[in-house]
Design a protein around this ligand. Structure first.
Ligand code: SAH
Length: 237
């Protein structure tokens, strides 16, 4: 078991909120709000219908379930917070979804167990919570099939992202609980792209997600200065 690349304090933070994953007006509201945007982005690139999908750092399964509903043949969600996985499993059962499963295992261990297994791997809003994001990226690259798709999303690291994601989202607008994010662990797109390429992933595209203060809605945009997603394709033949 290689559980070194886990920040116990981060897992504890998410575990304490485990009952709240499906409260669309609660602490995870921003994830519910951005979910249709990222789901469309993933589906447009990877065409989820009939695909075998892995969702890394799945939490309560917001994205995992939606990918199954969009047509994925089966979805495996993994996370290191057991309580979040209990919420995810219960919710999927309540929705009578039999093609979504959850496991408490590190992505590095799963990469040893199931290399080159998944058509699509998603790892959204998770890299900024781990000690060694490059290790997660390498494991995702190993888990995907040759020519398969890997998607990452995280927060850019610059003055604007500090003002928007920490001061604005945590202290002024209360969009997420205080202490949700550590700005120093944010990742610039060039850094993420470099880590992806070193893991034998080609970067196919990068897309920003911004928040409109007036409409209180997120929207996709070319501006990657705060929230962004990256679509990558496995180079390994
Ligand atoms: N990907 C989900 C949840 C994002 S919140 C979504 O976008 O809807 C971040 C998640 O990463 C939490 O569920 C947390 O428990 C998980 N996480 C943090 N460190 C992790 C690690 N080392 N391995 C797996 N999951 C981790």
């Amino acid at each position: 078991m290689s559980q070194i690349n886990v920040d116990a304090a981060e897992i504890e933070k998410f575990s304490q909120l485990a009952a709240k994953w499906w409260d669309k007006t609660g602490e995870f509201k921003p994830l519910h709000d951005i979910n249709p945007l990222r789901l469309d982005y993933i589906d447009q690139h990877a065409h989820l219908s009939g695909k075998t999908v892995l969702d890394v750092g799945c939490g309560g399964g917001i994205l995992s379930e939606s990918m199954a509903l969009r047509g994925a043949e089966n979805v495996l969600g993994i996370d290191m917070a057991e309580l979040s996985l209990q919420t995810a499993t219960t919710h999927a059962a309540e929705q009578a979804m039999d093609n979504v499963r959850y496991r408490c295992i590190s992505v590095e261990d799963l990469a040893v167990e199931m290399p080159h297994t998944f058509d699509v791997v998603t790892c959204m809003e998770m890299l900024e919570h781990v000690p060694d994001p490059a290790s997660v990226i390498r494991a995702c690259a190993k888990l995907v099939k040759p020519d398969g798709w890997v998607f990452f999303s995280t927060l850019n690291r610059n003055a604007k992202s500090y003002v928007h994601a920490i001061v604005g989202a945590e202290y002024i607008l209360n969009l997420v609980p205080k202490g949700t994010h550590d700005w120093q662990k944010f990742i610039a797109p060039a850094e993420l792209a470099r880590m992806a390429r070193l893991a034998q992933l080609n970067v196919s595209g990068c897309m920003g997600m911004s928040y409109n203060l007036l409409s209180k809605k997120y929207f996709l945009c070319d501006d990657v200065s705060v929230n962004y997603m990256m679509a990558c394709r496995s180079m390994a033949a």
